[in-house]
Design a protein around this ligand. Sequence first.
Ligand code: ZN
Length: 299
Amino acid sequence: MKPRFAFPLLLVLAVLFPAAASAVTPVCVSILPQKYFLEKIGGDLVDITVLVPPGASPHTYEPKPGQMVAVSKAKAYFAIGVPFENAWLGRLKAGNPDMPVVQTQSGVEKIPMAAHSEHEEAHAGKAEGDDHEEHAGLDPHIWLDPNLVKIQAKNIVEGLKTADPANAAAYAANYRTFLKECDALDATIRKTLAAASAAHSSFIVFHPSWGYFAKAYGLTQIPIEVEGKEPSPKELASLITFARDKGVNVIFVQPQFSEKSASVVAKEAGATLARLDPLAEDWNGNLLHAAEALRNAVK
Ligand code: ZN
């Protein structure tokens, strides 16, 4: 005999979880700031898997087996051109051959990775490391300039419309709202850094993540790291001299890299270490925080 409550229970479930209307599109992204962009443009219509977890470096990350499963079910992969994609995107795609890969960096004009010019001579005689060869090439950190993010947003909205055409109008509306957010953020950063830009101020950072940000807002980024490697004692000494001469009081580090050589420069130059995370998930709040931190630190 059937239990009498079976039919009403199913009815209640059907009302609570209408199957067709709640279809969410599963997508994958490489880094946390992209999750922010996809949430803004995709809203509740997408379910986002981030490949590089908090604290890991997109230069060297290797996906976990559980993530390979998530990618195998995704309706689109939103790439951004970070180095780990070179090694992994082919393999991820092999597990889901029908999945479109949206190159969100398409149309972004890349700049060379920052190098400290005073270090170039000392570095010239050294063998090139093959694991960090991207550092000798173009700068992948394109998500740290709101105007370049507008180009990425255009690629994201087109990718979402293709993956889920039924909701194209919603994606287009969200995209337009997000462009306004990018413009407002750019204006606020510009205002925050107006005095620093006018003086062409510079700041010292371990890993040169802030090249596009510096270019957009008229600052000069001086990296401690040299083409993906720790600096030599000679290079370190020249940075310390530079920091002392300029009266630099803050050296920036990021959680994905060692703070060792940065703390040596800071100690010798009488400066403190401060963290700027280029990969924070709260992209908007993080760029505002970076602008304020840099305004107070640039020389
Ligand atoms: Zn990096």
